[in-house]
Write a protein that binds this ligand. Structure first.
Ligand SMILES: Nc1ncnc2c1ncn2[C@@H]1O[C@H](COP(=O)(O)OP(=O)(O)OP(=O)(O)O)[C@@H](O)[C@H]1O
Ligand SMILES: [Mg+2]
Length: 459
């Protein structure tokens, strides 16, 4: 495809001169005698570069430039004029012209300028495409989502990867806390060092200390040799303390010391060893409650809660469900051809998911066992299609101790009502709007505002 240049000048001799010169350089050339004609050409042709006079009857070259930058920003613009002033030049550059040429100019000069302007335009276009791809990207290090809640989360995760700060991840079961912990490690400068995950609730109480901090030979019966603990093994990397709320009080005291001193002492040993680890802790319990109840040391809580990351429950980001389903189908389906019916997808989008993404993943895996082409409503569990508790507030209205975002909660509620009404109305937006006592227009507006429409598109 030839590079196409549009020459805009009210002077015929100038149009002819530039046409001949640039055609000889191998470009395809179109011409226009004024800005209005130029806009017509721009509307019906792909134009790579516009070379325009500034002083013309009708719209000036500067005004044309402003319109081009607005309507076809990928088109480069070179301005030429006989009456060059510094102010005009500055304005042209501000508006995005690549350069400004004063008449009379040299043939060589214009050749070089054209070449440079085109090169720069290609670069800019590539960058724009890259940027668009990046922002369309549907996740962060394997954490899928593009809802506002998730975008906010990705921003926080990105910020925290650049530090070595202790991170506390909270969120209901199955919201992706471990996934986030791994993303933090993999995105950080520690990524080539170990990521050691410890489930504080799964290790027997009498073994936790030696597991975490190691032991020396003979420290207790069965300690046949020296053994480095998980903190030492993670040196340089990240320790993920999952279910930190399960840590016994005695261990909390030990952990607090380690976090303060940044050194560990093996059980039965008498020397300490410096360790450089980033601690990421997670819990699905309300830790402030645990502190109040005396089950968790307040000082340790503050030490851990330096940078808190809250994983949103799936029911507060239902617009991510189609994307997650697609991702999970890719992850678990044996063939890439498996699809999901729009009814099944709608049913999923109106379900409350107490088990969050893990539950969705289980549902998809189970459905895949029953179907190998298209997942239909009848391959979803009764709880999802039954609709008895599809929409409730899980135990009524509840305000967490550390407060809540009422607006987000109301938004989530609104989204669920919108989807529910659509479902009840068999997909008819007019009927659905009636059911909710709102006008068709505002119903449609809300659907698009919350990006709830894509569900229609999938079959
Ligand atoms: N945003 C997400 N995108 C893709 N997969 C996800 C996402 N969130 C969670 N998952 C998947 O869901 C499952 C549960 O995630 P994970 O183990 O990180 O949750 P969790 O919050 O640690 O749960 P629990 O509190 O029960 O330990 C995993 O298989 C994980 O890959
Ligand atoms: Mg977990």
């Amino acid at each position: 495809m030839k590079t196409r240049i549009l020459i805009v000048d009210d002077e015929l001799s100038m149009r002819e001169f530039l046409s001949i010169l640039l055609e000889r350089e191998g470009y395809e050339v179109l011409t226009a005698a004024d800005a209005a004609l130029a806009q017509e050409r721009l509307a019906s042709n792909r134009i790579d570069l516009v070379i325009s006079d500034v002083q013309m009857p009708g719209l000036s070259g500067l005004e044309l430039l402003a319109r081009i930058k607005k309507e076809t920003p990928d088109t480069a613009v070179l301005l030429i004029t006989a009456f060059s002033t510094a102010e005009q030049a500055v304005e042209a550059m501000k508006l995005g012209a690549y350069d400004y040429l004063a008449k009379p100019f040299k043939v060589e000069e214009i050749k070089i300028l054209v070449r440079n302007a085109l090169e720069k335009r290609d670069l800019r276009r590539e960058n724009r495409i890259l940027r668009e791809k990046a922002s369309e990207c549907d996740g962060f290090a394997g954490i899928i989502g593009r809802s506002p809640r998730m975008r906010e989360l990705f921003g926080l995760l990105h910020k925290v990867t650049e530090t070595s700060s202790t991170v506390f991840i909270t969120g209901e079961s199955g919201t992706g806390k471990e996934l986030a912990a791994r993303a933090i490690h993999n995105g950080s400068a520690r990524k080539n060092k170990p990521f050691v995950a410890v489930n504080c609730g799964a290790i027997p109480e009498n073994l936790i200390e030696s597991e975490l901090f190691g032991h020396v030979r003979g420290a207790f019966t069965g300690a046949v040799g020296d053994h480095p603990g998980l903190f030492e093994q993670a040196n340089g990397g990240t320790v993920f303390l999952d279910e930190i709320g399960e840590l016994p009080l005695s261990m909390q005291t030990r952990l607090l010391r380690v976090l303060q001193e940044r050194e560990v002492r093996r059980v039965g040993g008498n020397c300490t060893k410096k360790v450089d680890v980033r601690v990421v802790a997670a819990s699905n319990r309300d830790m402030a409650d645990q502190v109040k109840a005396g089950n968790f040391r307040e000082d340790l809580y503050y030490r851990i809660n330096v940078f808190q990351i809250v994983m949103p429950p799936l029911r507060e980001r239902i617009e991510d469900i189609p994307l997650l389903v697609e991702h999970l189908l890719c992850k678990h389906a044996l063939s890439a051809q498996v699809t999901i019916s729009s009814d099944a997808l709608k049913a999923l989008m109106t379900y409350g998911f107490p088990g969050n993404v893990r539950e969705l993943e289980n549902i998809i895996e189970r459905a895949l066992v029953l179907n190998n082409e298209c997942i239909a409503v009848d391959s979803l569990p009764q709880s999802v299609r039954g609709g008895t508790h599809r929409f409730d507030l899980y135990g009524g209205v509840n305000i967490p101790d550390d407060g809540m975002d009422l607006e987000a909660a109301m938004e989530s509620l609104e989204k669920q009502y919108l989807l529910k009404s659509l479902e009840k109305a068999g997909g008819s937006k007019t009927r659905a709007a009636e059911l909710l006592g709102m006008s068709f227009r505002s119903f449609r507006y809300k659907l698009s505002k919350y990006e709830l429409l894509p569900a229609d598109g999938m079959s």
